[in-house]
Ligand binder design. Structure first.
Ligand SMILES: Nc1ncnc2c1ncn2[C@@H]1O[C@H](COP(=O)(O)OP(=O)(O)OP(=O)(O)O)[C@@H](O)[C@H]1O
Length: 316
């Protein structure tokens, strides 16, 4: 493929486009022939287990890592050769938040402002706004290293968005925070999205992935599916059957041996069984092993989609 191909696929409406994007580390293929087309203004999720290549994709898209093969276009420009130009239009928040722990909240923000060339009155006013917006005004003198996970996360988001990037990369941003902070964080992401920012966020949390406008399911560096959460659930190649009753541990083992059963996993006092769509009569398949148990066909969840896409190899 030549350098134009990914660029040609672009319209003004596309924020990220890749064609055949591949990255190897020795014999390991961390990202394998990835094609992406992410419209501007979207919150796009990368859902996958540890080691599925999510961070590597983000590092490739931010220009921190060179592809082994393939093309990347960001905000209408081929990435190769335009990394410096694009840097001012991109924000990046890493898993570890990358804060200067020995600097105060204010000093962290001033440092980032200086890096992006935001100076003088503009810097002061932007930092004041961010301190208010992210609930950090009363902590501006506190050392970053002494803050809680949720506070560090808010400061990291303030730093990553200080220069008003059009495109924001977030690598597992909520791994280190509690559910309330995760919810609040997502409210902030929707505010940014409503203001026109395109966001690519990696996660291994299903509830988080479900909030995205669109998402890719990754496994072993390969994109297994790519659509809206609703569409992924509607077009999943499996039926979901819940089984309730006694002796579920043993029943699970028995059901798992059936050819068309993709997975069986326990959730509370029920077994959630995924049966391949090719099976015409999923209840009839399970019934002989289920005796007096109750069986019910239920609506798929995103977790079911994930399990089906990955052939039951990463249950729950
Ligand atoms: N610099 C590197 N050198 C060698 N192997 C690497 C390097 N970076 C990543 N890998 C490998 O590439 C694969 C994908 O890693 P990556 O960090 O992208 O996955 P991930 O989905 O982000 O996982 P996690 O959620 O654990 O961060 C892993 O097997 C990892 O060990």
């Amino acid at each position: 493929m030549n350098a134009m191909d990914a660029g040609e696929a672009l319209t003004d409406e596309i924020a990220i486009s890749t064609k055949g994007l591949t990255r190897r580390f020795g014999d390991l293929v961390a990202v394998n022939q990835l094609d992406l087309s992410i419209p501007k203004g979207t919150i796009y999720g990368f859902l996958g287990p540890n080691g599925s290549g999510k961070s590597t994709v983000i590092r490739l898209l931010t220009g921190l890592l060179e592809p082994s093969e393939g093309e990347i276009a960001i905000l209408g420009q081929t990435l190769k050769g335009h990394e410096e130009q694009l840097k001012s239009r991109i924000g990046y928040m890493t898993q570890k938040f990358s804060l200067y722990e020995n600097l105060s909240v204010l000093e962290n923000l001033r440092f980032v402002a200086a890096i992006y060339g935001v100076r003088g009155k503009a810097s002061k006013s932007r930092i004041d706004d961010l301190l208010q917006q992210y609930g950090l005004a009363h902590r501006h003198q506190q050392l970053a290293g002494t803050m809680s996970g949720g506070q560090k996360q808010r400061l990291a988001l303030a730093c990553a968005t200080l220069h008003r990037p059009e495109l924001l990369f977030l690598d597992e941003p909520t791994s280190a925070v509690d559910p309330q902070n995760r919810r609040d964080f997502w409210e902030q992401l929707f505010d940014l999205s409503a203001a026109g920012t395109t966001i690519l966020v990696s996660t291994h949390y299903m509830d988080e992935a479900e909030r995205c406008h669109k998402l890719a399911i990754m496994e072993h560096g390969i994109k297994r599916a790519d659509d809206t959460p609703r569409q992924l659930m509607q077009s999943m190649g499996a039926k979901v059957i819940e089984v309730s009753g006694e002796g579920l541990r043993q029943l699970k083992q028995q059901l798992s041996t059936l050819k068309d059963v993709i997975s069986a996993s326990q959730a509370g006092s029920r077994l959630r069984v995924l049966v391949n769509d090719a099976q015409q009569d999923p209840l009839g398949l399970l019934q002989p092993l289920c005796g007096n148990h109750q069986l019910e066909v239920v609506r798929p969840s995103l977790e079911d989609v994930f399990v089906t896409c990955t052939g039951g190899r990463h249950v729950g």
